[in-house]
Structure formats: C-alpha cells, structure tokens
Design a protein around this ligand. Structure first.
Ligand SMILES: [Zn+2]
Length: 249
C-alpha cells in the first residue's frame, strides 16, 4: 500500500491571524485523509517557541508527527545554537525558513543553510517567488538539501515562473520541490518529466479551514492522485521520497 506522508503542516501559520492548530486537529485531519505521518512546524514566532510547540506536538503523537524547527533571527540571542540543539539532541529533522518573515539575504540566512548542511537535514524554504534568492542559495550550498515550498510560490498562476523554478531544480541536484499550494497541477506532470519524481514531495500546507481541514487535505491528495503518473512516481511523491530524505523507518 502506498505510504502517504505530508511534508508541510503548520502548527502555526503565517496568515494574517497567525492561526494555530492543535496537534489533535492536525492528526484528526491526517486520519480523515489517510495520511500516515506529517512534518510539523510553527512559524510567526521565535525559533525557541517553534521548537517548544513542535516538541509538545511530537510528544503527544510520536508515531505520527515529525518536527522541523523554524529559523528566525532574534534580537535576544543567536538562534543557531537553538537550531543545532533541536537537531542534534531533540530529534528535529529539518529547518523551516519563510521569506515573509526572514529575508533570504546572504548575511541573514547563510549560517542556517551551512548548519543544515553540516547536520545533514533539509531546509524547507518558502521563497515567496524569489527565484534569484533561491538560485543563489542552492548554488552556494550544494551540500544542503533545499526543499522549495509550493514549487516556488504559493498559489502561483504564473506558469513561466513555475517553469523557472523547475529549471533551477534541473540545474541543482540539491533542490527539491514541495507540491503544496500548487494550483497549476499540470506543472507537476511537467516537473516529473523534466526532473524525475525523486525530488518532488507531497504536502498539504494545512491545516486549512477552507473548506474544512479534512476536505483541504483530501483535495491536496486528490490533486496528486489525478495526475497522469506511473504508480512508482506517485508512490515516490506521496511518501517514498520523504521517507528516504529523512531516513524514516
Ligand atoms: Zn506553509
């Protein structure tokens, strides 16, 4: 049976209301959609609070939830040590960066990318459509796996921009694309043809109340299932790739 793993779930979102979802709602949503495990993280908060929130969630559902830490510079203290402690000592499997809250400039994010490479964990980056910054990062850190959220831009309707993000992944083997919030779904078929399925990850970017959390997750899943793909490609995208990337049991 195909294993379904969600590579992009928020305990706290970056929307205007900074909406939080309890681990219970996250897991109930997964159950409703048939999702076995999910990567969870919080944004719109400090790195240390993001770590605490993900730890609480994973403590409640250790077999279902996989924690990422959120990287955001702080005036109070350096966050690199907090990120390293979370990954080295607390079972965190990756780092989330969001261009909406953290500029992707070299003097801000490069130390985080270097740390991720050194510790062997991926960085999930929402680049908010910033192709140039993404290209610089994947080129500057060939030893760091960079997961580009939403194939480059959330709900992007600019097919040309999506093509450019796929081109970028073709050129740089350390770049993966997450398929959450991709509305031009035929671009996913293009990406499989040009890039191969190994570097594409299913994700819901949930929970999302529109229309309700279960339907949102089911719709994201249906989006992948409706694509004209081989069974092997579908299996890789829906879970196999994340299992290999994070070395999950
Ligand atoms: Zn997201």
């Amino acid at each position: 049976m195909t294993r379904i793993l969600d590579s992009h779930v928020h305990l706290k979102h970056g929307d205007l209301a900074r909406t939080e979802y309890s681990p219970d709602i996250v897991v109930r949503t997964m159950d409703a959609a048939g999702i076995e495990r999910a990567v969870v993280f919080a944004m719109s908060t400090t790195t240390s609070e993001s770590i605490a929130m993900a730890e609480r969630a994973v403590r409640a559902f250790p077999d279902r939830l996989i924690p990422y830490a959120y990287a955001l510079p702080s005036y109070e203290r350096p966050v690199l040590a907090e990120l390293e402690d979370a990954i080295a000592n607390r079972g965190f499997k990756g780092i989330k960066i969001h261009a909406g809250e953290c500029a992707l400039r070299e003097y801000i994010v490069d130390p985080v990318l270097a740390l991720a490479g050194r510790l062997g964990v991926p960085c999930l980056i929402d680049a908010a459509g910033n192709l140039g910054a993404t290209e610089r990062l994947v080129a500057a850190f060939p030893g760091t796996t960079i997961i580009v959220a939403h194939m480059g831009q959330y709900l992007c309707t600019n097919g040309r921009l999506i093509d450019q993000f796929v081109d970028l992944a073709v050129r740089h083997g350390n770049a993966l694309l997450d398929l959450s919030g991709v509305v031009l779904s035929w671009k996913i078929e293009d990406a499989v043809r040009r890039l191969g399925s190994e570097r594409l990850l299913f994700g819901t970017d949930g929970p999302d109340k529109a229309p309700d959390t279960a339907s949102h997750a089911r719709l994201e899943l249906a989006k992948i299932r409706m694509l004209d793909l081989s069974a092997a490609d579908r299996e890789s995208i829906l879970g196999g790739n994340l299992v290999r990337l994070l070395r999950l049991p």
